[in-house]
Write a protein that binds this ligand. Structure first.
Ligand SMILES: [Zn+2]
Length: 214
């Protein structure tokens, strides 16, 4: 239905690259497939023939292994660079200070929790890292972008980058606020609170004392 299978059938997969939460599969001939798993999608790699029953979105098969994509809400053909995505927070060439300037281009009235998860501004930050980074920088997810200082934004971005890199390297994330509603803030003891935020109604978690909205 998406035209992806037809476009890549018989082509060799030459490389896979992560840009934010997008997986870019580059096939010979310059064909690129973009996969984004959102909350429920997954890729599974196993020995050839190991994909059991079900209806995968895509099956990539080599000589010895196969990769199956399940429940993929985003599976598209991309021509050229990924359009509309901001710089990857985890990429070495991404400068967090330049990202602050980029965030400023967004709507100043938007709350920080939404801004940090806008993949067009900066790619890679999801709900959990947004909540944790803003707690670390003592910024409320409800603070309008225009009311946040550059130093605070930089601190949040650098904290997120560092923590996400550690997580990719295998460290188990220590959660200060994410999914801790009702439990005491590790800094001040105030119960953590949560509320849905943004068009996708993703839940933001924060400490109302450490992260006040002026
Ligand atoms: Zn607190």
């Amino acid at each position: 239905m998406t035209g992806v299978a037809k476009a890549i059938d018989g082509l060799r997969l030459e490389g896979v690259e992560a840009v934010g939460k997008n997986l870019l599969l580059r096939f010979e001939g310059g064909v690129t497939v973009r996969s984004h798993l959102r909350m429920n999608g997954r890729w599974r790699v196993g020995p050839i023939g190991s994909t059991g029953a079900g209806r995968p979105w895509l099956l990539l098969r080599g000589d010895t292994v196969e990769a199956t994509q399940w429940n993929g809400p985003v599976l598209t053909l991309d021509v050229g660079p990924v359009r509309g995505l901001g710089p990857d927070l985890l990429a070495d060439e991404t400068d967090p200070a330049a990202l602050v300037a980029r965030l400023r281009r967004g709507d100043g009235a938007r709350p920080l929790g939404e801004v940090l998860q806008d993949q067009r501004l900066v790619a890679g930050i999801g709900n959990m890292w947004m909540s944790e980074a803003l707690w670390a920088a003592r910024l409320s997810p409800w603070l309008p972008l225009a009311n946040a200082r550059d130093e605070g934004l930089l601190e949040a971005l650098e904290w997120a980058r560092s923590a996400m890199r550690a997580s990719v390297a295998g460290a188990r994330p220590v959660r200060a606020v994410y999914r801790r509603a009702g439990r005491a803030c590790g800094r001040c003891g105030t119960p953590i609170v949560s509320r849905g935020q943004g068009d996708d109604n993703r839940t933001a978690y924060w400490c109302p004392t450490c992260q006040p909205v002026p």
